[in-house]
Design a protein around this ligand. Structure first.
Ligand SMILES: C[S@@+](CC[C@H](N)C(=O)[O-])C[C@H]1O[C@@H](n2cnc3c(N)ncnc32)[C@H](O)[C@@H]1O
Length: 287
């Protein structure tokens, strides 16, 4: 039987999970997946769970079972201990299209992709495009706007256009997930410095940010100083803008575009949103 949704608890041994305590470790039911399955079933979807540790499946047999299930959408548990396994499963099955309006960022992504095997590379398509105005020949069950990228839509019109483009790229009932950050201080400007060692290089990053209280737009200037053995060798400057928005204003635009907001989280650990949350994570459905 073909299912709408397949939820997978990745294969992981007691040794991997509990280390030297493996002999006293036990398998726990994947309660989170059970909650998700029960909720999706109540909405009328057919759901299957593959609990690989309970079934003593290894990676290869889990992949076989996933392929046999032929589900429209697959969700994989990615807890700290099982993250690498979850990635292996995801890499083996998911078709991904990514867009970015920076050819430099796309070049970085392509460089990383070159390290993957041919099968993985064949499932990834990267396109130069503007999230506020794109049309792809495919439609997708899931669109994910990662890492607060939505904040680069700095006017309500841009936000609307971006959500409208995403709406067009989704299959009916498809899911949009994205995050925005919430400002926890009222300061109009701030600056900070951090440093990172990259092989022989040391990169010192100085960041200045200034918020326009009238528009909620934060302007960010980033200066990168690259040192080699303590000597300054290169210096770069980047400028970017991000809009701080309230949960309510985004929900209003989502509804006007034709999305139903299914869930709003306060962080990636799925904690409930509250006025004190540092992030807002929206999970929405195309109506
Ligand atoms: C916060 S970074 C996220 C980078 C990367 N996706 C990640 O998750 O690590 C924001 C990205 O959005 C891209 N971006 C900014 N405005 C955009 C637009 N209008 N259309 C498409 N991409 C945009 C930037 O080039 C940058 O790569």
């Amino acid at each position: 039987m073909k299912h709408d949704l397949l939820l997978v608890n990745p294969p992981i041994t007691l040794e991997e999970r509990y280390g030297s305590f493996a002999s006293v470790g036990s398998q726990a039911p994947p309660l989170g997946l059970c909650y998700l399955a029960s909720s999706a079933r109540k909405q009328g979807y057919s759901v299957k769970i593959i609990d690989a540790p309970a079934l003593s499946l290894d990676l290869a047999s889990t992949l076989t079972q996933i392929a046999q299930a032929g589900a429209d959408a697959i969700g994989i548990t990615a807890s700290t201990v099982s993250l690498n396994r979850a990635l292996e499963l995801a890499k083996a099955n998911v078709v991904i299209w990514g867009i970015d309006n920076s050819k430099y960022m796309l070049a970085v992504a392509k460089q990383k992709l070159r390290k993957e095997d041919t099968a993985v590379r064949g499932r990834v398509t990267l396109r130069l495009g503007d999230m506020r105005d794109f049309r792809l020949r495919e439609t997708f069950p899931l669109v994910y706007i990662a890492s607060s990228t939505f904040e680069h839509c700095v006017t309500e019109e841009d936000q609307w256009k971006c959500l409208k483009s995403v709406h067009g790229a989704l299959k009916d009932g498809g899911v949009l997930a994205f995050d925005i950050s919430q400002s926890d201080h009222d300061e109009e400007s701030s600056w900070w410095i951090d440093r990172r060692e990259l092989g022989e290089k040391e990169v010192v990053r100085t960041i200045f940010s200034k918020r326009n209280p009238a528009t909620g737009v934060v302007s960010v200037n980033l200066f990168f100083d690259v040192y080699r053995r303590g000597v300054l060798k290169e210096r770069y400057h980047e400028f970017g803008e991000a809009k701080l928005s309230t949960k309510e204003s985004i929900e209003r635009i989502l509804r006007s575009v034709g999305f139903t907001v299914q869930k709003v989280y306060g962080d990636f650990d799925k904690s409930a949103y509250s006025g004190q949350s540092k992030r807002v994570i929206f999970i929405c459905n195309k109506q």
